[in-house]
Write a protein that binds this ligand. Sequence first.
Ligand code: SF4
Length: 390
Amino acid sequence: MAVRRAPAVTERDLWAQYPFLPGAEALIADYSPSLRELLDAPAFGGARELGRIRVRAAADDPSGTAALGELDRADPDLRFLSFMYARLLVSVAATSAPGRRWSVAEARRAAERLDRVAERLPEEFVGVTRLLEFPAEESGTGYRFTLPDYLRLAAGLREPEFRLVRQRLARGQVEVAPAQAARLVQEGIRTRLAGSLPAEIGAEVRNRLEANEVDFLRDLAQRVPLPTQRRGVLVLRAEYFPPCIRKMRRMLEGGENLAHSGRFALAAFLHRVGADFDTIVDAYRGAPDFDENISRYQIEHITQRDGGRGYEPPTCETLRSQGFCFRDGDPSAPRPEDRARDERCFEPSLVRPTQYYRLKGGTAVERPAAEAAAGAPTPPATRPRSDGPG
Ligand code: SF4
């Protein structure tokens, strides 16, 4: 790896660039206001506004690729404090979707810098990975990760270049090129941020924040909407979605990869329960390989079949064999209702997720099994990803 040394950043710059690193809060404690000051003091109005900008941008652009000029121009303290405020905001949002989008966007933002320093400033790259507890080592041409760390970091990546069979493996370590190393670290940051939400906030702070930000939180709920029904459908009830579908949506909103079979099942289900076309496309926006044109084409294919009735969603048995059935609960889910076993899923008559939706009181378009289409079409949103800034 040809290393052109870049000027080292100061410690304060470093924490502003990577505000999620363990110890960041303690290290800038001298500059930090109390939580109450951050919430209310006029002196920190700029940090609050920049925090709102971070959250709003993530809600509008879950791929996290949009530039944030205000953030780039802000001084290190303001950047750090705005990150802290943004984390508070997504923690009191009405649903977990804004937090998942924010995690994707913040990880992506950090990766833009990591992609550069992986080539030019290996000390910084290695230092960040150490603090994140998946330490990378310089190898001369790239970086090495221990096999367990590699497997953990690459678990959510669908790009073929991250398959283990394609890696150079020696003495229990996996060696990757700098760009791949940056992508792995980005994924590690995303899962770390998503896993830290919602932040633990006392009732007093929560009430104050919700009161101060009532307009912002209302606007945020509209920017990350619940599914909307298409014309002619009486009402679409997202709260009636079964555990498998809720899990698929959480994965995509959180920037995780969803296997092709899951993508197909989700699109087919959403169409059958009456989601409008744009809502179905929107469900895939958080996917790391999201491509608007490809998604639209493929969703159109799934939903327009059979005069617009669309493909039949897979049976529960099929979803179970593919690892998508979460009737026993999802231990990693942030909401208690998603972690709990769902008795409705154990009803003997239940064959498909759309039946679950109807059992709960929703209206889904079903058709006789004999008419069900053979074979699943290509699922939405599959573009080979080459991450990092150009
Ligand atoms: S039983 Fe069926 S509806 Fe319930 S989570 Fe499993 S696959 Fe989904």
